[in-house]
Design a protein. Structure first.
Length: 396
C-alpha cells in the first residue's frame, strides 16, 4: 500500500510540475510569442516543404523555392532550397493539408502531450516513487529554456523527446524490435542521435532484431522521401549542409570559436572520442544509456539550445542507475537546475554575441558530470548482483 501511495504521489507531483509549466507558457508570454510568430517560426519552415508537395512545387528547386515561400507566407529561408531532408516534408503532409495556424496548434499541443506522457513513462520505469524528481522533470519540460524556446519556435524537440523516451522504455523492457522501430523517428534530426543510437545498439539484448527493425523502418522512411523528391541530395548538399555546419551550438563550433579552427576541431574530436571510451566503461545498462544519450547531445555535429531538452533523458537514466538515492536525486536536480538557470544565461549571452555556439558547453559539462557520478558511485545493477533481492529505497 505504501508503494502504491508513493507512486501516486509521484504522479501528482509530475502533473503539478507540468501544469506550472503550462501556466508559465500562458502567463509569461511564450504562448503569445508563439502565436505572433506562427508565419515566421521554424514550424512554418517545416510545414512549407510539405505544403509545397501538396501544391505541386519542388522544395529543392533553387530557382523557385524563395518565390514558393513568399506565396505560402512562411518563414523566410536562409538557404536557396528547403532546409530539411525530404522525409520531413513527406511526414508533415497531413498537417500541410490544413491551414498553417491549425497545423501549428496541433503540432504544439500534440508534441507537448506526447513528450509529457513519454517522459512520465520513463520516470515511472526508473524512479517510480520519487515525487521530488517527478515534479522537477515535469517543471523542466516547459519552464526550462530549451522547453519554452522549442515551443515558441515550433521545433521538433517535444516529438523527439517523446520518441527517445519511448525507445528507451521499450529497450529496457527487452522489446528490441519495437525500440528499433521507434528509433527510426530519430531520422527527423539524425545528427542528434548518432551516439545515442550506437549506445542503444550496444545495450540491446537482441542486437540483430534491433538493427533489422530499425534499419528496415529507417530505410523505408528514407526511400519514400527519396522517391517523392529524387533530386534533393545535390541541392541540399550544395547549399544547406555547409550553411548548417558552419554555425550552430555544437561543441565543435564552440571550441573553434575559442581556440581557432584546427586546434578547436581537434579538441572537440578528442572530447567525443573520450566520451565514447567512457560510455563503454559504464557499469550497468541504465548508466550506459545515460552516458550515450548525453553524448548524443554533447557531441552532435549540429544542434541549437532547444535541442538540449533531450538532456532530460540521460538525467532520468542516471537517477535510475545510481544506487545511492540521495546521490541520484542530487545529480538529477543539478542537471535540471542547469537547464532552468544556466541555459537562459547562455542564451542571453548568445543574443548579445549574435552567435549561440557557447551554449554547447552546457551539454558537454553535463556529460562530464554524469560520467563522474556514474563511474564513481555504485549503480543499482551492481548492488542487485552483489545482494540478490536488494532494492534501493525510493521516494524518501
Amino acid at each position: 500500500m505504501r508503494r502504491v501511495t508513493a507512486e501516486r504521489r509521484a504522479d501528482v507531483a509530475f502533473l503539478i510540475g507540468v501544469f506550472i509549466g503550462v501556466a508559465f507558457i500562458v502567463i509569461a508570454g511564450p504562448l503569445d510569442r508563439r502565436i505572433e510568430l506562427v508565419h515566421e517560426n521554424d514550424f512554418s519552415g517545416f510545414w512549407a516543404g510539405a505544403r509545397a508537395l501538396v501544391i505541386g512545387a519542388d522544395p529543392y528547386d533553387a530557382a523557385t523555392w524563395r518565390d514558393t515561400v513568399r506565396v505560402l507566407g512562411t518563414q523566410e529561408p536562409n538557404t536557396s532550397v528547403y532546409g530539411y531532408v525530404p522525409w520531413v516534408a513527406v511526414a508533415l503532409v497531413p498537417l500541410a493539408l490544413l491551414p498553417l495556424e491549425t497545423a501549428a496548434w496541433i503540432w504544439m499541443v500534440g508534441g507537448v502531450a506526447l513528450a509529457a506522457l513519454a517522459l512520465r513513462a520513463l520516470l515511472r520505469a526508473l524512479v517510480p516513487a520519487d515525487a521530488v524528481l517527478h515534479f522537477a522533470f515535469g517543471l523542466a519540460l516547459l519552464v526550462s529554456q530549451p522547453g519554452f524556446h522549442a515551443l515558441v519556435l515550433g521545433q521538433w524537440s517535444f516529438v523527439l523527446l517523446a520518441a527517445l523516451c519511448a525507445a528507451i522504455v521499450t529497450l529496457r523492457a527487452g522489446r528490441d524490435r519495437t525500440a528499433g522501430i521507434i528509433a527510426a523517428a530519430f531520422l527527423a534530426k539524425p545528427q542528434l542521435f548518432v551516439w545515442t543510437s550506437l549506445g542503444m545498439l550496444v545495450t540491446a539484448r537482441d542486437r540483430v532484431r534491433f538493427v533489422i527493425a530499425g534499419g528496415l523502418t529507417g530505410l523505408a522512411i528514407v526511400a519514400l522521401g527519396w522517391f517523392v523528391l529524387p533530386g534533393w541530395l545535390a541541392a541540399w548538399s550544395a547549399d544547406v549542409a555547409p550553411e548548417r555546419l558552419s554555425r550552430s551550438a555544437s561543441i565543435t563550433v564552440a571550441l573553434r570559436d575559442v581556440l581557432g579552427s584546427p586546434l578547436g576541431l581537434g579538441v572537440a574530436l578528442a572530447f567525443i572520442a573520450a566520451g565514447i571510451a567512457i560510455a563503454l566503461r559504464a557499469r550497468g545498462r541504465d548508466a550506459r544509456l545515460a552516458l550515450w544519450s548525453a553524448l548524443g547531445v554533447a557531441g552532435a555535429p549540429y544542434l541549437w539550445s532547444y535541442d538540449q531538452l533531450l538532456l532530460l533523458v540521460p538525467l532520468a537514466l542516471a537517477a535510475g542507475a545510481l544506487a545511492d538515492r540521495r546521490a541520484a536525486r542530487i545529480v538529477a536536480l543539478a542537471g535540471i537546475a542547469a537547464l532552468l538557470v544556466l541555459s537562459p544565461l547562455l542564451y542571453a549571452l548568445a543574443v548579445a554575441r549574435h552567435r549561440e555556439s557557447f551554449s554547447a558547453f552546457l551539454p558537454a559539462a553535463m556529460f562530464v558530470g554524469l560520467a563522474v557520478a556514474l563511474l564513481r558511485e555504485r549503480t543499482t545493477e551492481e548492488v542487485e548482483r552483489r545482494e540478490p533481492g536488494a532494492s534501493p529505497a525510493l521516494g524518501d
